[in-house]
Write a protein that binds this ligand. Structure first.
Ligand code: ADP
Length: 159
């Protein structure tokens, strides 16, 4: 069984993330979406809230499992039997840090490959930061966030 891990902060999950999850789920037998702690980010939603929003947004994908984790990503990936870490790439600006992380993870565990999926062009502009900003000022979120979570995100962020 081929297993992949798709890690991120997902604060909150966007349609860009869901697009990557769907495509990874079509390639791998199982995909673990993992809400990680990033000490450099100060999230608006708790780790459990973020995981729960991803669960609701991907409930139609039977081979996707959503979890939370702390610590090193490669340790989590190994514990789930994953052979790959999947990342989405939006633009050249994502490349530097993603490439550095891929090399660091390869050094930590050479058995786990990092695979990049190119963002679908309709979501290239989209990040959780952009979606939060739109939610804050009451913009239409239907092209940015999964329908299942729009009310929750608006309720929390709208001024
Ligand atoms: P963000 O940059 O939106 O805060 P995360 O840290 O949650 O995102 O990102 C998790 C992964 O999803 C990363 O690999 C990131 O490059 C990817 N990703 C984020 N937004 C998109 C998008 N719109 N299209 C494709 N991949 C994306």
């Amino acid at each position: 069984m081929k297993i992949a891990v798709y890690p991120g902060s997902f604060d909150p999950v966007t349609l860009g993330h869901v697009n990557i999850i769907e495509r990874a789920a079509a390639i791998f037998d199982r995909v673990y979406v993992c809400v990680m702690v990033n000490s450099e980010k100060n999230p608006k939603f708790t780790q459990e809230e973020r995981a729960d929003m991803i669960r609701r947004s991907t409930a139609y994908l039977p081979n996707v499992v959503v979890e939370t984790a702390e610590g090193l990503l490669v340790d989590y990936a190994e514990s789930r039997g994953a052979c790959a870490i999947v990342k989405g790439l939006r633009a050249v600006s994502d490349f530097d840090s993603e490439f550095q992380m891929a090399l660091a993870n390869k050094k930590l565990n050479p058995a786990i490959e990092t695979m990049f999926l190119a963002s679908s062009e309709k979501y290239t502009y989209l990040s959780s930061t952009v979606a939060r900003e739109m939610a804050k000022y009451g913009a239409d979120l239907s092209d940015s966030l999964p329908a299942e979570i729009i009310d929750e995100v608006s309720a929390k962020l709208k001024r």
